[in-house]
Design a protein around this ligand. Structure first.
Ligand code: NAD
Length: 326
């Protein structure tokens, strides 16, 4: 008897995580439909079918949710790094665009009888008052309420978490929710104003000759943790395969570094000695790190690879991009 292929729909398939996820699902033997406003910028898609479409449009969602997919991954969002989400200029678009996408996806997903739906929430949902101490931020899952995210991006993610959870309670939809913490790696955005700290740092170091100076927003003492893409995908797939557990759960690294330390790591990888000039810029919270107690308890797993390993791979890719633009 021929074994039926499992089917997946990936929304946000032209983006960084979406494109890597599709390669992973393809390796696992899925048949994949991909949807995005654009095709992947830096690599080919491994999807069986790639539909260019705007998920804010109900007509598009009606078309793509035309069968009971085994798994749906909803990654599409209007998003970017600090230079995009903390300036205030994109607040209305971020809230409206991403909320529309999620409402449409859940409504048409339900109609199509999909089996399981993953939603990519974010560490940005955590209350800003718990992240004032750069040495000891609190990002435990149960600290999310009373809510006080520091950006509209975080508020929309929190609303959509509740949107998915309420559809589980009232309509029995099997949802899985991860709060992703700063995911990075090759083939991520690096110079379009939406890039995040690791990519921006790799770009600045790659573009600056040895002995030169790079600029950094703030005093560099703010802390974060960064998760390499491969480990992020491991976590997402484990959450999707879990028997009873749907989250929300942190998927992130517990290796907390200051942005000054991040800069030094990238310089070491590049074998360059550079000076740092601290300038004003959009910053976000003072400290943030993934609290991995819940994921260990529920999925018996957590990311373990050192930040430096993933940074080395990312720097190699970004320095190639920089060189190809010269
Ligand atoms: P990304 O920006 O590379 O990918 C998002 C994709 O969504 C883009 O390709 C974009 O074109 C698409 N999109 C936006 N609006 C759309 C629309 N109206 N219709 C169809 N497609 C649309 O971002 P990413 O880093 O791959 O992140 C994927 C998801 O994970 C997002 O929901 C993001 O909020 C979440 N997340 C990411 C991180 C991270 O560090 N990368 C951290 C926390 C949460």
């Amino acid at each position: 008897m021929v074994k039926k292929l499992k089917t997946a729909l990936v929304c946000g398939a032209g983006g960084f995580i979406g494109n890597h996820l599709i390669a992973r699902l393809k390796n696992e033997g899925f048949w994949i439909r991909a949807v995005d406003l654009k095709r992947p910028e830096f690599g080919k898609t491994a999807a069986d079918e790639f539909i260019i479409g705007d998920l804010r449009e109900q007509s598009v969602c009606k078309k793509i949710f035309d069968r009971p997919f085994d798994e749906v991954y909803q990654l599409a969002a209007d998003m970017g790094g600090a230079g995009f989400i903390f300036t205030g200029e994109n607040d209305a678009n971020i809230m409206r665009n991403s909320a529309l996408i999620n409402i449409n996806a859940i409504q048409y997903g339900l109609k199509a009888g999909i089996k399981k739906m993953f939603y990519s929430s974010s560490a940005c949902i955590y209350p800003s008052h718990n992240q004032k101490n750069p040495k000891n931020p609190n990002c435990a899952e149960d600290s999310a309420f009373p809510a006080a995210p520091d950006s509209e991006y975080g508020w929309e993610k929190l609303f959509s978490e509740r949107l998915y959870l309420s559809h589980h309670r009232n309509y029995g939809l099997d949802v899985r929710i991860a709060r992703l913490h700063n995911v990075f790696g090759p083939e991520g955005t690096w110079n379009d104003g939406r890039e995040k700290a690791p990519a921006a740092m790799c770009r600045k170091v790659a573009q600056t000759p040895d002995g030169g100076t790079i600029e950094m927003w703030g005093d560099g003492k703010q802390t974060r943790s960064f998760l390499y893409i491969d480990e992020c995908l491991d976590g997402i797939r484990k959450l999707m395969d879990a028997k009873e557990f749907r989250g929300p759960v942190n998927i992130g690294s517990s290796e907390m570094v200051s942005i000054n330390q991040l800069a030094r790591m990238v310089m070491e990888i590049a074998e360059k000695k550079l000076k740092t000039k601290h300038i004003p810029g959009p910053l976000g919270v003072r400290g943030r790190v993934s609290d991995n107690r819940l994921i260990v308890k529920k999925l018996q797993w957590k990311p373990t690879k050192p930040l430096k390993d993933g940074l080395a791979k990312t720097y190699a890719w970004i320095s190639d991009q920089v060189a190809s633009q010269l």
